[in-house]
Design a protein around this ligand. Structure first.
Ligand SMILES: [Zn+2]
Length: 282
């Protein structure tokens, strides 16, 4: 039995195709059973123990567990290299969680899993090359080539592409990163409201223009068949249309509409990461 875990800076989602008891407050999305809202505690050990207990109670003893986590990560060593939004987890080693779970863990970048989930069973199903952003507290990026996650020789971090070297300071230390403009925190700093409360259409048009700039750059470098937007911010009504409008204006190198990359909203949005973790072969 396989379990997928998606670790966010504040909450964790756990999912599987199997269920041991119907007593838990799980969500049913298609064939997936998903537990949401499990708090990410500052204490890495304590969080691992709670997660392991919940999995054994609700889903049963797992054989394999795929974990998606914020990074940057050292995937092969199953370690978090640096955790800017949860600093006490910097250097955390998931071998410890393997002991709690009694199962082997495959560690993967959370954004890679979200875009993998969308590529395999969501909005990108049937497309060969699928790229995408996860729009949330950070800006994650994933590239799936014919069913395989592209890793580069280290973590791919397109959320930190520099749009303007004189731009706002990013949590990563660079200036003018895409994330420094459109992460939930950056939006709040600039417009004075959380993205969920922000009703200023001009502000959303500006946010869409930055997202489109990011997609234009990625299109010229990787030319995916589909670019998918996931993460809570992607749910904003009308955002996709605004992004498409700016993208059409920015991208001129491909002459015909048909030759441009399609942009779509994810099917599973904030659940894409945990579904990707369930679906990733391991
Ligand atoms: Zn950055």
């Amino acid at each position: 039995m396989k379990v997928g875990i998606d670790i966010g800076a504040s909450t964790i989602k756990i999912g599987s195709l199997n269920l041991k008891t119907k007593a838990g407050h799980f969500k049913k999305l298609g064939q997936y059973f998903i537990l949401t809202g499990i708090p990410t505690d500052d204490d890495f050990r304590k969080t691992g123990q709670s997660v392991a207990r919940l999995i054994k109670e609700i889903f049963g003893q797992p054989e394999k567990v795929v974990v998606g986590c914020f990074g940057p990560l050292e995937l092969k060593k199953k370690k978090i290299l640096k955790a800017p939004n949860r600093s006490s987890w910097s250097g955390a080693d998931f071998h410890l969680w393997e002991d709690y779970l009694g199962a082997e863990i495959l560690l993967e970048n959370d954004a890679n899993l979200a875009i993998y989930g969308e590529a395999k069973v969501g909005a990108g199903k049937g497309f060969g090359i699928v790229s995408g952003f996860t729009l949330g507290s950070g800006i994650g990026y994933g590239l799936i080539i014919n069913g395989h996650i592209y890793h580069g020789n280290w973590d791919v971090e397109a959320g930190h592409m520099i749009l303007d070297p004189q731009g706002p300071l990013c949590g990563c230390g660079q200036r003018g990163c895409l994330e420094a403009y459109i992460s939930a925190k950056a939006i709040k700093q600039r417009f004075g409201q959380e993205p969920a409360q922000l009703e200023n259409e001009k502000a959303w048009d500006w946010i869409a223009s930055k997202i489109a700039q990011g997609i234009q750059i990625i299109t010229t470098v990787t030319k995916p068949d589909l670019f998918v937007l996931t993460g809570g911010i992607a749910r904003r009504k009308g955002l996709l249309q605004k992004v498409q409008k700016h993208y059409q204006t920015l991208l001129r190198i491909y002459p015909k509409e048909a030759t441009k990359t399609k942009i779509a909203l994810g099917k599973y949005i904030e659940h894409a990461g945990v579904i990707g973790a369930i679906e990733l072969p391991f």
